[in-house]
Design a protein around this ligand. Structure first.
Ligand SMILES: [Zn+2]
Length: 246
């Protein structure tokens, strides 16, 4: 996923699940909130929907993404927010942290805390098995997550990043239930059988730019996939949490 490509953002996150996300985010916004920062707003699917009801600003690093944002917007990095301390009553950040390295996500949280006067809202994919979405470039052998996710979060990992100065106020775990393989199945498929996630959408290798990926299908991969389906857990896709300053 190339954040700076125009085609990434045209229909990004505009699927059926968006209305569910939006209503959950709206429901969690406390009554006393008037000013909001949507950090890492992407193409503004949430920022744009909230602009009539709140004094909201969208921030993103991608110029191509910001072209779709109709609310007040600014180009910048979530790890270095161009705002004053406590400038917004609520700083929100939807599906951004999973794309950042551990050190960048720590910097991002520190910045959200600095710019918020009272609340922080965060959403991430819930307990994702990152390996399950790893593709392998057929040209250079680079192994990478097809949606560019670098980290997986559960409630405890997220809470630990916000504590001790913020405490969890409300939580929603929701969305379509996804089949999640145990990690050992993903590792076995990739390391022993050479079977990787094969993207059925336009994707280029983050290292060499090639667009061909390793594909393998045999009796053994089919049997392992069937076993994986049988023992995989079905869990909701999305974790949304609201935090309040202590
Ligand atoms: Zn490559």
């Amino acid at each position: 996923m190339d954040l700076h490509q125009k085609q990434t953002w045209y229909d990004y996150d505009r699927g059926d699940f968006l209305s569910l996300k939006l209503s959950a985010a709206r429901e969690l916004i406390p009554k006393d909130v008037k000013t909001i920062l949507d950090a890492g707003c992407g193409n503004g699917v949430i920022t744009n929907a909230l602009q009539n009801d709140y004094d909201i600003v969208g921030l993103d690093i991608s110029e191509a993404a910001l072209e779709h944002v109709t609310a007040p917007k600014i180009r910048g990095s979530i790890t270095q927010l161009p705002f004053a301390d406590g400038q917004f009553q609520l700083c929100m950040c939807h599906e951004v942290l999973e794309h950042l390295s551990p050190s960048d996500s720590k910097r991002a949280i520190k910045e959200l805390k600095r710019c918020s006067s009272k609340y922080i809202m965060i959403s991430v994919p819930y307990k994702e098995n990152l390996r399950q979405h790893y593709a392998k470039c057929a040209s250079c052998g680079c192994e990478s997550h097809v949606y560019g996710h670098l980290q997986s979060y559960g409630q405890n990992t997220l809470n630990a990043m916000l504590e001790p100065d913020y405490f969890p106020l409300k939580t929603r775990i929701m969305g379509p239930k996804q089949k999640t393989n145990p990690h050992w199945i993903s590792t076995f498929k990739q390391r022993r059988l050479g079977q990787w996630f094969y993207p059925d959408f336009c994707l280029t290798c983050p290292r060499c730019g090639a667009d061909n990926f390793v594909y393998k299908s045999s009796i053994l991969t089919k049997l392992t996939n069937a076993l994986g389906n049988l023992i995989s857990s079905r869990q909701p896709y999305w974790l949304l949490k609201l935090y309040q300053k202590k």
